[in-house]
Write a protein that binds this ligand. Structure first.
Ligand SMILES: Nc1ncnc2c1ncn2[C@@H]1O[C@H](COP(=O)(O)OP(=O)(O)OP(=O)(O)O)[C@@H](O)[C@H]1O
Ligand SMILES: Nc1ccn([C@@H]2O[C@H](COP(=O)(O)O)[C@@H](O)[C@H]2O)c(=O)n1
Length: 209
């Protein structure tokens, strides 16, 4: 079984994907980490994330094993990831490995922006996880305060909105719900409520197969 989970920044898709993978005995891939790793490699080399040739080189030579979510967290890396993710050749370089992961037994939960639309259009289950920008920023602000206690809520909200705008408006594989995705709005759900709702949606989708 392949479960595709897409949604905007800080919507809770990663949290949900990890729990669903555990619950259904599937592998899990946070595809945002791939774009974050490319962005981070460019930053570490002192290069501009918009440098297309360098970004493609970094994507083509990326070792996807052992990426450290902690080291790749943070808004600066997220911003760089969003810039490299708008480059079609970067996306092309990362496509095969995502598909291979998805199709490796026993199956997988992948979360990102284009899983249901591009990476795994034939996924048995597709969820589009969302929440209001203010709610998402409040959740991410809690994360960011642990790294920098001086982080302002308004900065987190502005970063999220900027990233959403870029991810939704790019020409290739924009952030969008697949036509056959079930939309799960978690604005008024805590993580446990979102998980229960998602399990029900997965079981409903599988019962129809
Ligand atoms: N339903 C929920 N209610 C409250 N907090 C939540 C909920 N789901 C996730 N969170 C918290 O919100 C924050 C963002 O969640 P998470 O990292 O899963 O989002 P994401 O969509 O994967 O983010 P990114 O786009 O950065 O990959 C985390 O601190 C997580 O614990
Ligand atoms: N399938 C995906 C996954 C991610 N991106 C881009 O990477 C950025 C960081 O992703 P997070 O999930 O870790 O926030 C994101 O803003 C996207 O630009 C993508 O394009 N496709």
């Amino acid at each position: 079984m392949i479960i595709a989970i897409d949604g905007p920044a800080a919507s809770g898709k990663g949290t949900l994907a990890r729990r669903l993978a555990r619950h259904f005995g599937l592998n899990h891939l946070d595809t945002g980490l791939l774009y974050r790793a490319v962005g981070q490699r460019l930053r570490a080399a002192g290069l501009d994330p918009a440098d297309e040739a360098a970004a493609v080189r970094m994507a083509e030579t990326l070792d996807p094993t052992g990426l450290d979510p902690e080291a790749l967290s943070g808004s600066a890396v997220g911003e760089a990831a969003s810039v490299v993710a708008a480059i079609p050749a970067v996306r092309a370089a990362l496509l095969d490995l995502q598909r291979r992961f998805a199709h490796t037994p026993p199956g997988a939960v992948l979360d990102g922006r284009d899983i249901g639309t591009v990476v795994c259009p034939d996924a048995e289950v597709k969820l589009f996880v969302t929440a209001s920008a203010e709610t998402r920023a409040r959740r991410r602000h809690v994360d960011d305060l642990r790294i920098d206690p001086a982080t302002a809520f308004e900065t987190v909200l502005a970063d999220i909105q900027k990233r959403d705008d870029r991810d939704s408006s790019r020409e290739v594989a924009p952030l969008a719900a697949a036509e056959d995705a079930a939309v799960l709005d978690t604005t008024d759900l805590d993580a446990e409520g979102a998980f229960r709702a998602a399990v029900a949606l997965v079981e409903e989708a599988m019962a129809l197969k």
